[in-house]
Design a protein around this ligand. Structure first.
Ligand code: GDP
Length: 201
């Protein structure tokens, strides 16, 4: 994918501030430090576009980026709640769920997970919730350069089975660029062909 234009649109903290749903959107989810910014920067061939590691304030907002004036990347707040105080979670959940449930332009959710981690309940519940709401998802296993090929395959099977997803997870490394083209292929497929149920209604 040739990136001719990438611009940050806005950070949203309240549902009423969401931009109008116009262009197709891809939402990226994952715990902090999973490599989300690195993935977005790699896809866009931009070094510091998505900020690497917790930019204060941005971690609790939904961040919209417009690409090639044709589609948007949407950076969702992390759903790994283990270390997050309840008061913060109470603000996040309605924001994330409200966005995901009612977004006619949402094409696909990309769930990022570190290849070295096993799926936890938070991921299995999240995947089940997305399926329940007819929201397509794909799992991207990050930082694959850090483990052997054998470990990558083991992890791939584990994530596929535990999350009960149809498609294979995609193995990705921001360090080597492995998986970048597969991810683009996937996104392009969803830009071109996929219509959500909400759009078909
Ligand atoms: P975010 O918090 O999910 O946005 O994660 P970042 O993209 O900021 O990455 C967190 C840390 O992991 C940084 O130190 C990155 O350099 C590192 N990292 C991210 N992706 C990769 C990768 O594919 N391979 C390796 N070896 N390190 C990575």
């Amino acid at each position: 994918m040739k990136i001719t234009d990438a611009c940050f649109i806005k950070s949203v903290y309240h549902l009423q501030d969401l931009p109008n749903p116009v262009l197709p959107e891809f939402a990226f989810s994952g715990r902090s430090n999973v490599g989300k910014s690195s993935l977005i920067n790699t896809l866009l061939n931009r070094k510091g576009f998505a900020k690497t590691s917790a930019t204060p304030g941005r971690t609790q907002s939904i961040n919209f980026m417009e690409i090639n004036r044709a589609f948007c990347f949407v950076d969702l707040p992390g759903y790994g709640y283990a270390n997050v105080p309840l008061s913060v979670r109470k603000k996040w959940l309605p924001l994330i769920e409200g966005y995901l449930k009612n977004r006619p332009t949402l094409r696909l959710v990309i769930i990022l997970a570190d290849v070295r981690r096993e799926p936890q309940e938070e991921e299995t519940l999240y995947a089940a919730w997305l399926k329940q709401h007819d929201i397509p998802l794909v799992v991207v296993l990050t930082k694959v350069d850090k483990v052997s090929k054998q470990q990558q395959i083991k992890s791939l099977r584990l994530w596929k089975n535990r999350l009960g997803i149809g498609g294979e997870p995609i193995l990705f490394s921001a360090a080597t660029g492995e998986g970048k083209e597969r991810i683009w292929k996937h996104l392009i497929h969803f830009i071109k062909s996929h219509k959500t149920h909400k759009e078909l209604d």
